[in-house]
Design a protein around this ligand. Structure first.
Ligand SMILES: [Zn+2]
Length: 80
C-alpha cells in the first residue's frame, strides 16, 4: 500500500522513517512520466542516486508489503 506520498527534490535529506508514527519509508523514482515507469528504491540507493543526479522521488510508507529494492535487491523494511 502506498500512502502519504510527497515529492522530494534533488539533495533534500531523505528520511528513513516517517515523522508521524515512525513507519519505515522507501522511495519511488519516476523514470518516465508519460509511461509511468518507476523504480522501487531503498533508503541507501535513493540517497546514492540523489548524490549523482537531480532526481524526483516520491516518499512512500511501507506498512505491510513485501518490497524489494530494484537497485540492490535488499528487502525493504515494513511496519508490520
Ligand atoms: Zn537498494
Amino acid at each position: 500500500m502506498i500512502t502519504n506520498t510527497s515529492k522530494l527534490r534533488h539533495k533534500e535529506e531523505l528520511r528513513s522513517h516517517s515523522t508521524v508514527g515512525g513507519y519505515p519509508l522507501w522511495y519511488l523514482q519516476e523514470i518516465d512520466k508519460k509511461g509511468w515507469s518507476c523504480k522501487t528504491l531503498c533508503l541507501t540507493c535513493a540517497n546514492n542516486l540523489c548524490q549523482e543526479e537531480p532526481v524526483w522521488l516520491i516518499e512512500c510508507v511501507n506498512y505491510e508489503s513485501e518490497l524489494y529494492c530494484d537497485e540492490c535487491s535488499e528487502k525493504i523494511e515494513s511496519a508490520y
